[in-house]
Write a protein that binds this ligand. Structure first.
Ligand SMILES: CC(C)(COP(=O)(O)OP(=O)(O)OC[C@H]1O[C@@H](n2cnc3c(N)ncnc32)[C@H](O)[C@@H]1OP(=O)(O)O)[C@@H](O)C(=O)NCCC(=O)NCCS
Length: 147
């Protein structure tokens, strides 16, 4: 179970769209994912049963989406993908990572707080009327400490 950087030229975008549909009520299509991936600083990291999409701008990274297929949940894939994305974002120069999560999404909230994310704000009605929390985490700085 090794997360890999998604290669738009070689990897299957439709597989990401299928995973997204398995995880969200309002899924993103393959063309929508392709548009996002074409944007500057945007990357995806994937496993057979899940993926994470994130973007780096300057010294900030943002998680755009994270999806693990229902049958594969609770086995560490979400944590693995999040950590791999944080490492890749750091390699692109990010010092902090942000994300939005519904206040009614306990599994995602538990995953993020377990990985050191803390509350940075709240957006009212962000997800079809449901509030979202903005979470933030400083990225590991080990390799910078060596410099
Ligand atoms: C949120 C999601 C990505 C988690 O993926 P996952 O592979 O099941 O998560 P993991 O197995 O890596 O779990 C990591 C940690 O998250 C927490 N967690 C995950 N699922 C949980 C659940 N159902 N209840 C409580 N805590 C949970 C636990 O703290 C767990 O740590 P532990 O194994 O040490 O107890 C997955 O449930 C999913 O795709 N949900 C639908 C889409 C979604 O909500 N994405 C996030 C949008 S912000």
């Amino acid at each position: 179970m090794t997360p890999k950087l998604f290669d738009s030229a070689a990897d299957d975008l439709q597989a990401l769209a299928t995973l997204h549909r398995s995880a969200f009520a309002d899924p993103w299509s393959a063309p929508a994912l392709a548009d996002l991936l074409a944007g500057p600083g945007t990357f995806a990291i994937h496993l057979q049963d899940g993926f994470i999409l994130a973007r780096v701008a300057g010294d900030e990274a943002e998680v755009l989406t994270l999806a693990v297929s229902p049958a594969a949940r609770g086995q560490g894939r979400g944590r693995l993908l999040l950590r791999a994305a944080a490492r890749h974002a750091q390699s692109l120069g990010a010092l902090h990572m942000f994300l939005e999560v519904g206040i009614d999404n306990p599994s995602a909230l538990a995953l993020y707080s377990g990985q050191g994310f803390v509350r940075a704000g709240q957006r009212k009605g962000y997800y079809n009327g449901r509030d979202a929390l903005i979470l933030k985490r400083q990225l590991p700085l080990e390799h910078r400490d060596l410099a």
